[in-house]
Design a protein around this ligand. Structure first.
Ligand SMILES: [Zn+2]
Length: 130
């Protein structure tokens, strides 16, 4: 497994997710070889993501980890052209399919993210370019 996915996996396993969340994701934004931070899906919405939730018929929906990784990026970082690594874990901490949804793809593309790398299962990973 890619080292940034491993990092995201470890962060997800150590994070306390709200029990009401149906899935557990961690997204890590990477600049070159520098990890800018690990972000998680959360029940709360955000003004920046709300237009996307409305567009996809999910007003007031939870913030997805990929979106959170962009919002949580350091203010002085140019995120254009960067890669986001996304992991989803089950209750036992095993990696599962975590391909960004249509809403996140649009969001990431709009914010200039170049590529998303994601877990498929314990052994495989996939990637998409924007
Ligand atoms: Zn999403």
């Amino acid at each position: 497994m890619n080292r940034y996915l491993r990092y995201a996996l470890k962060a997800a396993c150590h994070h306390t997710f709200d029990e009401k969340l149906r899935s557990r994701h961690c997204a890590v934004l990477v600049d070159g070889q520098r990890i800018l931070g690990a972000s998680f899906n959360d029940l709360k919405s955000h003004p920046v993501t709300e237009p996307y939730h409305r567009k996809f018929g999910r007003p007031g929906s939870t913030i997805h980890a990929e979106m959170a990784s962009v919002i949580n990026a350091p203010w002085n970082t140019d995120i254009a052209g960067k890669t986001v690594y996304v992991v989803r874990i089950n209750a036992r901490g095993k990696p599962m399919m975590s391909m960004p949804c249509d809403m996140c793809r649009m969001f990431l593309r709009d914010y200039g993210i170049k590529r998303a790398v994601f877990t498929i299962d314990s052994t495989d990973e996939g990637s998409i370019e924007f």
